[in-house]
Design a binder for this molecule. Structure first.
Ligand SMILES: Nc1ncnc2c1ncn2[C@@H]1O[C@H](COP(=O)(O)OP(=O)(O)OP(=O)(O)O)[C@@H](O)[C@H]1O
Ligand SMILES: [Mg+2]
Length: 335
């Protein structure tokens, strides 16, 4: 099937489309573009888990941790994973008193560095909420770069393994807490004997672990939705240079390793081949340089295509700003 058709079918038929790709290739820009495309006939939400906040730039508006209305049929939100974790804990804490103790705990402050994935876990819970609460036809998820995108898709599986293997023993690495927290925790700890420390730590872990099981259910449901290929589509975005293509191919393999496959691929910021024009001197050198890059890109697209199937090609444009900028990319993605 033609790449643009595969893309359109994915947007039409899936409830969720996650956009994966190496860093800096245009995932956020293209997620927003796909959102604009889909919004003509579907109620669409574009969610970015990307801490760089470029979704706001791409759409040319202010966006925050709450859902914003962009235009008819299109909403957008930038998930702040730290806030998502706070919200989740707030919701699932068994009592206000317990909540206060958890939020105040220096262990909680360092949870995200000590227990890698805890914020993504919370973001996943939030996605589930968007999905069930708001009744969107389509949610487009702009994932963090490369491997982190895959980590995001499987965060619950990984965290569950951690919990099942004995949370306190394995997941919580005191050395990590020390190094991540710098002076603050060290100072806090200096007031404690090591016994007090271990007691406080284990008390915290028990409280958190209980909550984890409370929260887990909806994260589980979201992960099942993301792993269900009849409901969730995956798009792979790459630039066409050698390095990006290698990373994208690697990512494509990792997607297979977790039992999923990509539905469409996009090569972005591609230099299309030029007709060979008459030129001399500096201009000639520039044209030759451009032609070399265009050849590299052609090779890159061919290599990506071998693995991923047909690739939609979006050329390198001038600066892409606001909805108008996104609309200038749409003709390359439409059927
Ligand atoms: N086709 C294009 N032509 C020109 N510029 C583009 C194109 N696509 C994206 N850009 C620009 O490239 C930059 C990076 O894009 P973007 O932020 O979407 O990448 P990303 O993959 O989300 O990056 P990160 O991995 O850091 O989240 C932005 O400045 C964006 O405007
Ligand atoms: Mg991004």
């Amino acid at each position: 099937m033609n790449a643009n058709r595969a893309l359109q079918r994915t947007l039409d038929r899936r409830e969720v489309v996650a956009v994966l790709g190496p860093g800096g290739v245009g995932k956020t820009t293209l997620s927003a573009t796909l959102g604009v495309m889909a919004s003509s006939d579907q109620d669409t939400l574009v969610v970015t888990i990307d801490p760089a906040k470029r979704l706001a730039t791409a759409l040319g508006l202010e966006l925050g941790h709450e859902i914003s209305h962009v235009r008819d049929g299109l909403d957008a939100v930038m998930v702040d994973t730290k806030k998502a974790l706070d919200e989740m804990v707030t919701r699932y804490a068994p009592s206000p008193d317990r909540l206060e103790r958890i939020l105040d705990s220096p262990f909680y402050q360092q949870l995200s560095s000590a227990l890698v994935g805890s914020e993504e876990f919370a973001a996943m819970g939030l996605l589930h909420e968007y999905h069930v609460r708001h009744d969107y036809d389509l949610i487009i998820v702009d994932t963090p770069p490369a491997q982190h995108g895959i980590d995001f898709l499987t965060v619950n599986r990984r965290l569950k393994r951690v919990f099942e293997s004995g949370f306190t023993k394995i997941a919580f690495q005191p050395s990590k807490i020390f190094s991540a927290a710098g002076g603050r925790i060290a100072k806090f700890l200096s007031r404690w004997t090591s016994e007090d420390y271990l007691e406080a730590l284990s008390e915290f872990m028990i409280q958190f672990e209980e909550m984890f099981y409370e929260m887990e259910d909806r994260v589980d449901r979201m992960e099942r939705l993301l792993g269900d290929e009849s409901r969730t589509g995956l798009g792979l975005v790459s630039m066409a240079d050698e390095g990006s293509v290698s990373e994208a191919i690697d990512l494509h393999e990792r997607v297979s390793e977790i039992g999923l496959s990509t539905n469409f691929a996009i090569a972005n910021r591609v230099y299309p081949p030029l007709e060979d024009g008459e030129a001399e001197g500096d201009e000639r050198a520039l044209l030759d340089h451009y032609a070399r890059l265009a050849r590299v890109h052609m090779d890159g697209i061919a290599r990506l295509q071998e693995r991923s199937g047909p690739v939609a090609v979006v050329p390198a444009m001038g600066p892409v700003h606001g909805i108008e900028g996104l609309e200038s990319l749409m003709p390359y993605l439409e059927t």
